[in-house]
Design a protein around this ligand. Structure first.
Ligand code: SF4
Ligand code: SF4
Length: 398
């Protein structure tokens, strides 16, 4: 990394930045710390200088790069545009983190079968009750303490039986639904809801379950792990013989698009917004608060689609948490690696809770759901948290 290399991809990617600073007000870590080194422009400059050998990658410098949430708000607003996502993957692969990453835990999280077994065992033994107090004995900021603190926010499996829906008279196509690792294991009801809505909209649905897209590996510099996962996703997609790959987990979307170049890969809600004209919803007289995960706004660019779909439920009043310069702090493995920073980011966001707050929070990302669930509980403001697709499927007219 220290040798001057004219075609080093990091240098090429970083040199696209014209240093205008337009991205700064959109960066959550810049909003949190207020320093250039915690901004997109600062990180681009740091990685550029390390790549050309003019700066030594000491631990302080690497910590600024490690703090990046990968939220892609900077890439979304950059007028050039700078391909910040590619740059992030490249510098994470080239530079070791300032603090060793919890690789074993991260690899465990991306194995849905194992994760489902672990969560089932924790439920059956009541481990959530006794593990949480024990976790408080672990040092502040430890990965294990952060992981255990999420246990009380794990969603309970749904027991509601869905209202029957009529089979559509015509089929418009065949799509694959990608379950993902953590959501596939913990939020089965969101996958089922997506499948019901797609079926009602006239699509044959093939489920791709038990696989991880590789985002956690790619964003934590584990290129070998990410490459293996990409291979498995590509094989499953090819075997499905489908028109499009859809995901109910916006956090997977960017990596799935990289995994399957040339394929139509979309957020399930963006797809339903475009192709679900025939869907009818039953009225619901209640208020809900919508949280839009960074990846749904900046990568899927589906924020408008989510709002339009939910607006089709008659009587539903929706308030939305702010997004500019905001991130709940979950950000893949960030909430485990930097629990104190993640909590500070979450506090900034939850400072915008309406008063009184509705008792229902909608969010599409399982990481955001867990992390926000802990924050709401700590504030004494527990709310029911649901994936927006679950609410839409519940209100689907028979
Ligand atoms: S990343 Fe884009 S928006 Fe940000 S400073 Fe560079 S050129 Fe400007
Ligand atoms: S990806 Fe997000 S946290 Fe990272 S530099 Fe860009 S805006 Fe900031």
């Amino acid at each position: 990394m220290a040798d001057s290399a004219p075609h080093n991809p990091i240098i090429d990617l970083a040199d696209a930045c014209v240093k205008c600073g337009l991205c700064l007000p959109y960066c959550p870590t810049y909003a949190l710390d207020g320093v250039e080194t915690e901004s997109p422009r600062g990180r681009i400059a740091l990685s550029r200088h390390v790549a050309d050998g003019s700066l030594a990658p000491d631990a302080d410098l690497r910590a600024h790069l490690d703090h990046c949430l990968g939220c892609m708000a900077c890439q979304r607003v950059c007028p050039v545009p700078v391909h910040y996502g590619e740059l992030l993957t490249a510098y994470r692969a080239a530079l070791p983190p300032a603090r060793p990453r919890p690789r074993r835990l991260l690899r465990l999280l991306t194995r849905p079968g194992l994760l489902r077994f672990g969560v089932g065992a924790a439920r059956a033994t009541g481990a959530r009750r006794w593990l949480s107090p024990l976790a408080r004995l672990l040092p502040q900021g430890s990965v294990l303490r952060a992981a255990i603190s999420l246990l009380p926010a794990f969603p309970e499996p749904s027991r509601a039986s869905p209202t029957p829906i009529k089979a559509p008279s015509t089929t418009h196509g065949r799509v694959a639904l990608f379950g993902g690792c953590i959501q596939g294991a913990l939020e089965r009801d969101a996958q089922d809801a997506a499948a019901r809505l797609l079926f009602a909209a006239g699509y044959e649905v093939v489920r791709i379950d038990g696989l991880c897209c590789g985002a956690l590996g790619a964003h934590t510099g584990d290129a070998a792990d990410a490459a293996g996962k990409k291979q498995r996703v590509s094989a499953a997609f090819a075997a499905g013989k489908v028109d499009a790959l859809l995901t109910a987990t916006p956090g997977c979307l960017g990596t799935l698009r990289e995994d399957l170049p040339g394929a139509q890969v979309q957020d399930a809600m963006a797809f339903l917004d475009l192709h679900g004209d025939g869907l009818q919803f039953r009225p619901l007289a209640r208020k809900a608060l919508l949280h839009l995960p960074c990846t749904q706004v900046n990568v899927a660019r589906a924020d408008g689609a989510v709002r339009r779909l939910l607006a089709r439920i008659p009587g539903l009043e929706l308030d939305t948490l702010p997004t500019q310069g905001m991130c709940c702090g979950a950000a893949g493995s960030h909430m485990l690696e930097f629990p104190e920073r993640a909590a500070a980011l979450r506090d900034r966001l939850l400072g915008h809770l309406p008063d009184p707050a509705p008792d229902l929070l909608l969010t599409a990302n399982i990481g955001c759901r867990l992390h926000l669930g802990v924050g709401l509980h700590e504030r004494g403001a527990p709310m029911r948290i649901q994936h927006p697709l679950v609410l839409l499927a519940q209100q689907l007219a028979p």
